[in-house]
Design a protein around this ligand. Sequence first.
Ligand code: SAM
Length: 329
Amino acid sequence: MNILPDKNLLNTIKNIMHQNGLHFNKSLGQNFLISQSALDTIVQNCGIIGDSNLFSTSDAPNTPNTPHAPNAPDTTDAPDTPATPLSATDPYVIEIGGGLGVLTHMLAAQTKNVYTFELDSKLADFLRLNTSATIINEDFLTADISPIIQRAQTENKQLFVVANLPYYITSPIITKLLENAGTPSPFNAITVMLQKEVAQRMVAPPGTSRRGAFSIFVQFYTTPNIICNVPANCFMPAPKVDSAVVRLTPHASTITSSSDDFFRLVKQSFLQKRKMLVNSLSSFYGKQTVINALSTLNINPKVRAEDLSITEFDNLTQILHMNRAEKPN
Ligand code: SAM
C-alpha cells in the first residue's frame, strides 16, 4: 500500500488543536500521524484483527532464514512459537502516546480493552472525553504495566502493544517492553512506528553494516519485520527523518550461555564496530584466546562483530567464559 499524507486528516487535526486550545509540545515527541493509509496498515498488521496477516508464511517467527542472507533478520535462533490457546476476541492493547487519538479510535473500534498511555495531561483529558479507551496520564517509562498484563492473562486474552512512539525515548521504551516485561514475553506482538534508521538497525541480519548491539538485543527477544516505510510528510509537524512501522514477534531464547555473559560479550564486541572482532576482544580475553575460540567455532578470524549470528555469539560466549573460569587472573 502507498503510504501518503491525508489532507482531510491534516485539517481535522488542525481544527481539533485550534478548537481545544492545544499546542504541539516538541519536547514530548508530538508528531501526529496525518496518513490514513499508515493508520490502516498499522491496524491491519498489528495482530488484533482476526484475519490479519500476523503470521503469514512469509514472516512467521519460525520461518527459517538463510544465515547471513542480506536483508533477512537473524531469526535462525528463533524456536517455533507454540500455537496460542488465548482467546482472540477483545484482545488487550497497550498504546503508548495517544496524542489526539487517531490511532486510539481505530484500536478502540476493534476491541473494548484499549489502554492508552499519554503523558501530556491536556491531551489525556481530550482523549478521555473523545475515545472509549482507558486513558492513563502517566509516563510510560515509569508506569507499572503489570496490572494490565495480569488482567489480560486472567481473562486468557491476547495482549498487543501498538504505538506511534515518541521518538526521543524509542530505545528505553523498546527495552522496557522486551527486557523488563517478563519471561516469556506477555505480548503476542509489538507494533511500533519509529525512525526508519532505527527500524533498519532492528532487522539488520548478520553481515550487514547496520547490524549492531541493538540488532542483537531486539533479535534475541523477537523476530522483527518492517511492515512499511512512512515518509516524514505523513506527520504534523513533519519530523526531520522518515519513519517505519515495525512488528516485533516475541520468541523464547535458545541461547545456552547466561544472558548476562552473552550481552556483555555482545557489548564488548561492538565497542569498536569497524575493527576486526579479534582486536575488539583482545583486551578483554587475550588475542590468542580469541583467535583459538574463533578457530574452534570455524569462524573466519577476520570477522567483524556485525558478521556473527546470535548462535555464534552464544557459542563464543561459552568458550571465552569457560576459558576464563579455567584461568582465573
Ligand atoms: N498516537 C498519536 C498519533 O499517532 O498521532 C500521537 C503520537 S506522537 C508521535 C507521541 C505521543 O506520545 C505524544 O502525544 C506525546 O505527548 C506522547 N508521549 C511522549 N512521551 C511520553 C511518555 N513518556 N509516556 C507516554 N506518552 C508520551
